[in-house]
Ligand binder design. Structure first.
Ligand SMILES: Cc1cc2nc3c(=O)[nH]c(=O)nc-3n(C[C@H](O)[C@H](O)[C@H](O)COP(=O)(O)O)c2cc1C
Length: 393
C-alpha cells in the first residue's frame, strides 16, 4: 500500500455553489450564487424517496435500494424478472450498454456488482439472506449476452447480520464537484480500506503530492482523449439529458439541469449537436469542468482484482459501493475517474500507464480509480422507479 501522508495544508476552499452536475463520465458546469431557483426534477429523484417504503414484496423492498446503485453513465442497465415467491433473475438490457466507452462491458458488470451489494444489504435489513448464483449459465465473454447476470433467492434468516454501511445508502453520491484544498488523511483512507471484505478486491491509495500529481496527469490526459474521441464522446452525448424536460422524461444517463442549463439550452448554446461538436463552446465547458474536478483531487484510491473474469468484475462492484458508502460515513467525497481504465483503442497508452503506476509488477486489473476529497454534498442522481425495471417472466 502506498500510504504517504502530505504535510497538513491550510484549508483554502472558497465557498462556491455548484448549481448542477451531470451524471456519468462528463458534465457541464456553470457556477453561480446559491440563491437561484432550481428547476424541479423531484420526479426524477422519486426512487430515492420510495426506498424504505413497503412494496408488499420483500424482493421489491430490497430492489428499491438496489436500483440506486452507482453504475456507469447512470444507464441503469438492469432488467429484473420476479420468479415464483422468492426468486429474482437479473439480466443486462442490451440497449443500455456502453459499447464505445466500455467495449467489453467490464464497467457495466461492476455496476451490477454494486446493485447486488445494495440488494444484499437491504434484504438483510428486513431479515432475508440472499442465495446468489453469479452468471448461473456461464461467463458471457468477450461480451455480455442474454444470459443472466445473477439469480438470487430470498431466504428468511432470523439471526442475519445487518451491514452497518447500509445506513449510508440514501446519502451515497458520486461527487463531481471541485474538491477543497484540504488533505485526506491516512486514517480516513485506511477506514475506507477496512470497509472491504477480502472478496471485494484490493484497495490502495495515495495522498502524497508526487503520486497525486502523477495520477492527475494520467487522468487529465485520459479525459482529453475520451472527450476528443468521436465514438466515445458521441456515445456520452447520446445519453446526455439536457434540461429539466429531458431529465424527467428519461431519468438516466448524464443529466444536465439547472437554471443556467435551461438558459443555455434556450439560447441554443447547449444542444445535443453543440455538445457533440468537438471544440464547440459547450464541449469546451464540459472538458474544463472535468479537468477542474481532476485537478482538485486531494487523494487517489484504486480497486484491483486478480484475475479479471466476470465474477471478479462483479465482486469489484461490491467493493466499489462499499468504498462509496464508507466514504459517505467519513464525510469524504468520492469520484471515479474511469477514463484511463477504458478499453477502446485510443486509450491504450493511459490504460498501460495507470496499470504500470498503481499495479506495477502485478497482473492485477484496475477495476476502479477514484479521486477523494472534501466537497459539499451533491443532490441525488435521477433514477427510474423500481417497478419500471421489472419485466414479465
Ligand atoms: C464502473 C463505474 C464507472 C464509473 N465511471 C465514472 C467516471 O469516470 N466519471 C464519473 O463522473 N462517474 C463515473 N461513475 C459514476 C456514475 O456515473 C454514477 O454512479 C451514476 O451517474 C449515478 O450517480 P450516483 O452514483 O450519484 O447515484 C462510474 C460508476 C461506475 C459503477
Amino acid at each position: 500500500m502506498r500510504a504517504h501522508q502530505t504535510a497538513a495544508a491550510t484549508p483554502a476552499y472558497s465557498r462556491r455553489c455548484i448549481l448542477k452536475t451531470g451524471a456519468g463520465g462528463a458534465s457541464v458546469l456553470f457556477a453561480g450564487g446559491c440563491d437561484l431557483i432550481m428547476p424541479d426534477i423531484a420526479e426524477a429523484r422519486a426512487p430515492w424517496e420510495a426506498a424504505g417504503e413497503s412494496f408488499g414484496d420483500p424482493r421489491l423492498d430490497a430492489l428499491a435500494y438496489a436500483v440506486l446503485a452507482p453504475n456507469p453513465h447512470n444507464r441503469q442497465p438492469w432488467t429484473i424478472e420476479l420468479r415464483g415467491e422468492d426468486e429474482i433473475l437479473v439480466r443486462a438490457d442490451p440497449e443500455r450498454l456502453l459499447p464505445e466507452t466500455d467495449p467489453f462491458n467490464r464497467q457495466i458488470v461492476i455496476g451490477f456488482g454494486c446493485f447486488h451489494e445494495l440488494l444484499r444489504q437491504a434484504a438483510a435489513e428486513r431479515g432475508f439472506a440472499l442465495d446468489t448464483d453469479v452468471f448461473p449459465e456461464g461467463d458471457p465473454q468477450p461480451l455480455l449476452d442474454d444470459r443472466p447476470i445473477f439469480h438470487a433467492r430470498f431466504r428468511r434468516q432470523a439471526d442475519i447480520q445487518k451491514d452497518p454501511l447500509f445506513g449510508y445508502a440514501l446519502d451515497r453520491r458520486t461527487n463531481r464537484a471541485p474538491f477543497a484544498d484540504r488533505p485526506v488523511d491516512a486514517e480516513a483512507l485506511n477506514r475506507l480500506d477496512a470497509a472491504l471484505r477480502p472478496e471485494d478486491g484490493e484497495f490502495e491509495w495515495a495522498n502524497d503530492e508526487a503520486n497525486i500529481a502523477a495520477l492527475k496527469d494520467i487522468c487529465g490526459r485520459a479525459w482529453r482523449i475520451e472527450a476528443n474521441a468521436e465514438g466515445p464522446h458521441g456515445e456520452t452525448t447520446d445519453v446526455t439529458r439536457i434540461g429539466r424536460r429531458e431529465v424527467v422524461a428519461a431519468p438516466d444517463g448524464i443529466s444536465l439541469y439547472g437554471r443556467d442549463i435551461e438558459a443555455f439550452r434556450l439560447g441554443r448554446v447547449l444542444t445535443r449537436d453543440s455538445l457533440r461538436e468537438i471544440g464547440s463552446r459547450a464541449h469546451r465547458e464540459m472538458v474544463s469542468f472535468y479537468e477542474r474536478a481532476i485537478d482538485t483531487a486531494a487523494a487517489f484510491g484504486w480497486l484491483t482484482t486478480d484475475p479479471n473474469d466476470r465474477a471478479d468484475q462483479f465482486r469489484a462492484g461490491a467493493g466499489w459501493v462499499r468504498l462509496n458508502l464508507a466514504a459517505t460515513r467519513e464525510g469524504v467525497a468520492m469520484h471515479p475517474l474511469s477514463q484511463a481504465l477504458q478499453e477502446f483503442p485510443e486509450m491504450a497508452g493511459p490504460y498501460a500507464e495507470v496499470h504500470d503506476f498503481v499495479a506495477a509488477g502485478k497482473s492485477a486489473c484496475v477495476q476502479g480509480l477514484f479521486r477523494f476529497g472534501y466537497a459539499p454534498p451533491q443532490p441525488a442522481a435521477p433514477r427510474w422507479p423500481v417497478r419500471s425495471r421489472i419485466i414479465a417472466a
